[in-house]
Write a protein that binds this ligand. Sequence first.
Ligand code: F6P
Length: 545
Amino acid sequence: MDAQAWEKVDELIDKNQTKTIKDLFAEDKDRAAKFSLEAAGWFLDYSKNRIDEATMKALIKLAEKANLKEEIEKMFTGKKINATEGRAVLHTALRNLDKNDKVKVDGKDVLKDVRKVLDQMGDFSDAVRRGQWKGFAGKRIKNVVNIGIGGSDLGPVMANIALTPYTKRNMKFFFVSNVDSTHLAETLRAVKANETLFIIASKTFTTQETMSNALAAKEWFLAEAKKAGLKKADAEAAVAKHFVAVSTAAKEVAAFGIDTKNMFVFWDWVGGRYSLPSAIGLSLMLAIGRNNYKKLLKGYYKMDRHFRTARFSRNMPVILALLGILYVNGYGAESYCVLPYDQYLSRFPAYLQQMDMESNGKCVDKDGNPVTYSTGPIEWGEPGTNGQHSFYQLIHQGTHLIPCDFIGCSKTHNPIGDLHDKLMANLFAQTEALAFGKTAEECAAEGVDKKLIPFKTFEGNKPTNTLLCDQLTPETLGALVALYEHKVFVQGVIWNVYSYDQWGVQLGKVLAKGVLSDLTAKKPSGKHDASTNQLIARYRKAVGR
Ligand code: F6P
């Protein structure tokens, strides 16, 4: 992070220390309009932040000093900005709807391949949804089970829930991710083999959790097919009708026994946590259909265009990123909260956790030196009013500063009485309460018992952003995801970290292999530390080894 540019931001934080959000609103009657903007179907009100025009200017300088404009172009044009893995970062190519554009990686235009796979996905999902794709007993597919983890799970799960009103209601969608056998077992209890399609979704096709679940699902399927009267060879042939793969690894897919005709590819320039608009979205396309899926891509594309072309002072992802940096680096905020006031967005915070924390949870800069400032914060959240009755107490009156993003939709898909008015009233009221609080004088004027005043006082001055769309649709969902993707990108550029690798997940994976062999070996190696050896011994004893 550019030290000089940051110093200017810091100076302004010091200078404005005594000013609260309330003071800032009192000073400027145009504040709400001034610190609001619209893009790709979303309205952002960021006026309830500890900012004034000078702070925003200083923050924008920080972005300029980080060569953000050039970095954005590098990403969109396929430069290998994921240097530790030697890869381009081109999730934007997956939704590039500009027919005249060309995006080249190693001299090859990737857009052609992207569109070919989209057509393949579209034809396949049409066939399944129309009942033309039949299972081994001649029945149509009623259940889809996506087996994948991390980026091969969180996006499809989040979007399947988010777009429920657009899904084919006579089909059921399941997502198995955990290597905990309960996850698979409970799913298999709910489906019949002859009307179930398994999507094995794994970029690498080597992930332990996914491959173990996929093999177990295949064994279950073969046993069920035999129970239904199929001979061994016929049951094996039936796998082709019930198992498809989404991956970058054709060899591994074939080795698993899936016909590569039924493989939907994507490419190493799509990061797992950015892969929802790739073939990883196949389960979603099966649920909402190819046309709605295209609308989702259109939403992404609109936000991409906005991000690439809007000046920083009117650029939604840039503004969200800069505000995040202000609180992480200027106020020591360790986390931020995402609070969707829409039940359909219930898994959005979980989805963002991987996107943000796997991207910017880094402690060395691009030169490999330890960073001297904080980087990616902890992201967490829950759907709106549920959170209010759980952890909002701490946000309002606790000792930690937790900036929040409130997300709402003006129209509900399910109007029932005045429930939606009540939901939105809660959203708006929370941002008001957090920003403006309630003083001791106000409590006293209300006749609050003197002894209780300290407990009933709200300090306020808690920063929030409010994001509003007209309605949650495939298009607004696409734009929302792209908004956060680009926010994370901008922060990574300013913090000077590599946002598209994830070496931090490797060590545990490797150690788990050694531990597994010690759990199952005749005699454990005893090679671990005393605590781990003890845990292994206890487990072995409990399971009778
Ligand atoms: O946990 C690390 C990770 O590599 C994620 O980045 C990725 O989304 C997930 O595992 C799943 O990987 P794959 O799609 O290759 O199975």
